[in-house]
Design a protein. Structure first.
Lengths: 464, 112
């Protein structure tokens, strides 16, 4: 296939990707968009196979079979609750591929004198750097979310200094390559250093900040892909990679806004560590009495309510309680109760994580209410049921300037007539922040595993 | 096309892609942010094209072969895994199950 024809076909691929993203504006046709994008990807692969001068067909096919087979099986088997780490894993391998492409490309062009040209050299350096960071960082994010390593922030003295030195070392190696030092080992050192930086950079970030990290690493892999496009002078790589880079950056900024924290604070703040000290300040607001209830009491409250709002958090995912919550909601609806779900943008370990889990449990998506629409409704809500959420309903974020989460937009559940909190114990959340909601006279606590509590509620509501 | 002309052209489409990316994504509701991440994740699997070119163009000995082959494997996992996972997620987003009544406009609300 000739140059122009190939590029026209690539243009079709680009269009399908744009449509895929455009169709994501509504759940009604989002799936169709994703399928269109997949067709576009197939076109790009077919066209590349037909490119004049391409050899090694069998090796390529074999590699695709191996990687694609793994991807298909992993993607089919994964539980919806484990989705964040699966996305991190697929993101990481993409970044790894981009880094390897730059290593191979430098190896190919290096023997000729005066190569690489400055722009090609820059692209090679960038894709090796960003791709390696994305690969290693994603693997650590995967390991943390899969609980292969602890989810708590890991910090040590001089951490920022080590990271900065490592990063500057990588940049220096990159500059040398761009300036025309024809040494292949420099790029290997750069890629290795960047991978180590990726590891050290994600390790100190707590599990609850993972939505931001995964989103950022997703943007990184997009940028690395765009850089390989400059190396190989390939439009489809440049445009598709940059689309992802731009969208990932925007999504990351939105996540930061939803937590009222700058991206720098998320990435370099080692949140959990800092707040452990600040928690002492915040706890001054608490200290009241906690009212504990049994499932029967709560069942009565729910069954005789007009409007019930569920507020899910990561605890719902951990307990795999989404199906039972939905079953409870069905029974309440049958009794004439209006049921909705209020979803905080950073609930869970991934932006939109709760929506996916509830969709898995066949909750109709019009019942999933976003924060800005949910907040005005709480005043006319009879009962709010908080399932495994903590910081996203913490009133200290509004009122207590000493609280580490002060200023974070929250779901104002304390405006409802009554609040039921399903919680394992009185242990504070991920960052050790006290939550005065638990001491609010309107609040009752239903202690125990979220799934077991919901199952009990179902039986008790049925028995009424 | 000379090298520099091509470069200017590439930078042009890069910048346009940035604006397009911002524009398209700002319309995605928070409800679909996980499928959005997973879907864009699948799209950057386009590096598979680069991996194929590295493995398949020219004959550069075992080193490029090995690196290129690993790149193809990784990129394929990214592409297939990304699209399949996204499809699984989006399949679940439904308005209402067909079996259930479309509008539950109950009269005796509250007095159960």
């Amino acid at each position: 296939m000739g140059y122009n024809l190939t590029n026209l076909a690539y243009l079709v691929t680009i269009m399908t990707f744009i449509l895929a993203l455009r169709f994501l504006s509504s759940p009604a046709h989002a799936r169709r968009g994703n399928q269109i994008g997949a067709v576009g990807m197939l076109i790009a692969i077919a066209v590349t196979f037909a490119k004049s001068g391409l050899t090694s067909y069998w090796e390529i096919a074999l590699g695709m079979l191996a990687g694609g087979g793994f991807g298909a099986v992993a993607a089919r088997k994964v539980k919806m609750t484990a989705m964040p780490q699966m996305v991190a894993l697929f993101n990481g391998v993409g970044g790894g591929a981009a880094a390897l492409i730059s290593l191979a490309e430098l190896h190919r062009i290096l023997p000729a004198p005066g190569t690489p040209k400055v722009d090609i050299g820059l692209a090679i350096v960038l894709s090796a750097l960003i791709g390696s960071i994305s690969f290693a960082g994603s693997m650590i994010a995967f390991a943390k979310l899969q609980e292969l390593i602890g989810g708590r922030p890991i910090t040590y003295a001089g951490q920022q200094f080590v990271n900065a030195a490592l990063f500057l070392g990588c940049v220096a190696a990159g500059l040398a390559l761009v300036a025309g030092v024809q040494q292949e080992w420099l790029l290997w050192a750069l890629a290795g250093g960047a991978a180590l930086f990726g590891i050290l950079f994600v390790l100190p970030i707590g599990g609850a900040d993972m939505p931001v990290v995964i989103s950022l690493l997703n943007a990184f892999t997009g940028l690395a892909a765009a850089a390989t496009g400059f190396e190989l002078q390939n439009n489809v790589l440049i445009v598709s990679g940059m689309l992802v880079g731009a969208s990932g950056t925007l999504l990351t900024m939105k996540m930061g806004q939803a937590m009222n924290r700058s991206i720098t604070n998320v990435l370099f703040g080692a949140f959990g560590k800092v707040t452990a000290e600040a928690a002492a300040v915040a706890s001054g607001a608490g200290g009241g009495t906690v009212r504990s209830a049994n499932a029967e009491d709560v069942a009565v409250m729910l069954a005789y309510a007009r409007k019930v709002v569920f507020v899910p958090g990561y605890g719902l995912a951990v307990a795999q309680a989404q199906h039972d919550v939905r079953a409870l909601a069905d029974i309440l609806e049958a009794k004439g109760v209006e049921v909705t779900y209020a979803i905080h943008p950073v609930a869970g370990r991934m932006p939109g994580h709760m929506n996916v889990l509830l969709a898995e449990a066949n909750v109709p998506y019009p019942q999933l209410i976003e924060m800005d629409d949910a907040n005005p409704e709480f005043a006319r809500t009879d009962v709010v049921v908080v399932v495994g959420a903590n910081d996203v309903v913490n009133p200290d974020a509004r009122a207590n300037k000493g609280s580490p989460i002060y200023g974070m937009p929250i779901l104002n559940v304390d405006e409802a007539q009554a609040v039921v909190v399903l919680k394992r114990s009185m242990n504070p959340g991920f960052a050790g922040i006290e939550n005065p909601l638990f001491y609010n006279p309107k609040t009752v606590m239903l202690f125990g595993d979220a799934k077991a509590s919901i199952v009990e509620l179902i039986q008790d509501v049925k028995a009424l | 096309m000379s090298h520099n002309t091509l470069l200017v052209f590439e930078v042009t489409i890069l910048v346009l892609a940035i604006f397009l990316g911002f524009e398209v994504i700002s319309k995605v509701p928070a409800m679909l942010h996980t499928p959005l991440m997973s879907g864009t994740n699948a799209i950057h699997g386009i590096v598979i094209v680069g991996a194929m070119l590295v493995l398949g163009l020219g004959h550069k000995g075992p080193f490029t072969w090995v690196i290129g082959f690993i790149a193809v494997v990784l990129a394929s996992a990214n592409v297939v895994g990304g699209f399949v996972v996204t499809d699984r997620m989006l399949e679940m987003f439904k308005k209402r199950e067909p079996a259930k009544p479309v509008d539950a406009s109950q009269n005796g609300k509250g007095d159960v």
